[in-house]
Design a protein around this ligand. Sequence first.
Ligand code: 5GP
Length: 180
Amino acid sequence: MNHPLPEVCDGILLKQEAIESRVRELGESLVRDHTGHDLRLITVLRGGLFFLSDLCRATDMPVSLDFMAVSAYGPAASGSVRITKDLDDSIEGASVVVVEDIIDTGLTLHYVLEVLRRRGPASLEVCTLMDKGVRRIVDLPITYQGFRVPDRFLVGYGLDLDGMYRNLPYVATLRDEVMS
Ligand code: 5GP
């Protein structure tokens, strides 16, 4: 599949092959750690969908999937988040892994984890493909991490710019001029 680099980008940060191979390793880690458990992979729509789809197929054991959607409100960086679509199934007693495309400040995920923790899962972990570490405001229990990424605006493999570029099979950096 040939997706040329969009004009708004200045380079590829994570090639398709690198993502595929890291996702395979993460799937193997999930199997190693969760065999025999009621494993639920939960993602927050929409960006995490692409990673979840590949990750669950790299996880060679019975697993079920569920989805949430949230929207931020109030002042930026206030961490105020509202659930706009809740999970379909109870997670009580389940081994829950929240699957994220990218974690930046961590505020969104922090809120989601608080909500899920109150529902009594046997365990609650995080698997993120990308981690922007340097901008983290809250401490998060990240058990599985694909890549540390720099503090640039990224698109592709689920990450969008105004709803576009999610379907790129790689992750690219946006030109600084486009950001400003
Ligand atoms: P946080 O609450 O951790 O600051 O924000 C996480 C969310 O911000 C991600 O799920 C993603 O939707 C968005 N995000 C963070 N960094 C980027 C980025 O570089 N590119 C895009 N397209 N979205 C990002």
